[in-house]
Design a protein around this ligand. Structure first.
Ligand code: XMP
Length: 179
């Protein structure tokens, strides 16, 4: 068995994503030009499901950054290479960063700090899961789906070595898989 146990069922995920969409809708319905920055690869499926439920148009950009890079532990380093066209686009815009997991906090913190130099109008964060761990970097999460214990998770876009993103629930990877 690839997973140990299901932490969040497909039904719970659906309800949680709907609640997040309603919260974002209430907060940003009147906001002009919201720019969603979706962190690849893990947040793609979550963001697609979330953004399709909003009642107003959003511009979406995808960014490939993470402190994990395919492993099961943070590398402690975040590489940020934003395309020049995106940096220009950010100026004065309300930005919503969408990520799958708030774990060490390095990814979200580094990106939010990095964006400041491009003078966004505002920066908010939306995260599907917060791991219940002491974060190395603390950052306010404006829209949070669920809290999970400190295990490696798969499903709803989250992977182990590129696999299991398609699982319709969130599960704890079986410890045997980690060797
Ligand atoms: P940090 O530590 O920077 O991590 O907050 C955020 C990124 O790390 C990845 N991550 C995971 N990916 N299962 C995954 O598939 C996990 O349990 C896990 N924990 C962290 C993820 O890409 C996240 O954006």
């Amino acid at each position: 068995m690839i997973y140990d146990r299901i932490l969040i069922t497909a039904e719970q995920l659906d309800a949680g994503i709907e609640t997040l969409a309603q919260q974002i809708d209430s907060a940003h319905r009147q906001t002009e030009g919201l720019l969603a920055l979706v962190l690849l690869e893990g947040a793609r499926i979550f963001a697609d499901r979330l953004l399709s439920r909003l009642s107003f148009p959003v511009e979406t950009e995808y960014l490939k950054i993470s402190s994990y890079r395919g492993g099961v532990k943070s590398t402690g380093q975040v590489e940020l290479n934003l395309p020049a066209a995106l940096c220009e686009k950010i100026q004065g815009r309300p930005v919503l960063i969408i990520d799958d997991i708030y774990d060490t906090g390095l990814t979200l913190y580094s990106l939010a700090e990095h964006l400041r130099q491009y003078k966004p109008g505002s920066v908010k964060t939306c995260v599907l899961l917060e791991k219940q761990v002491p974060h190395q970097k603390n950052i306010a999460i404006d829209f949070l789906g669920f809290s999970v214990e400190d295990v490696f998770v798969i499903g709803c876009g989250m992977d182990y070595q590129g696999q299991y993103r398609e699982l319709p629930f969130v599960a704890a990877l079986h410890p045997k898989q980690l060797g």
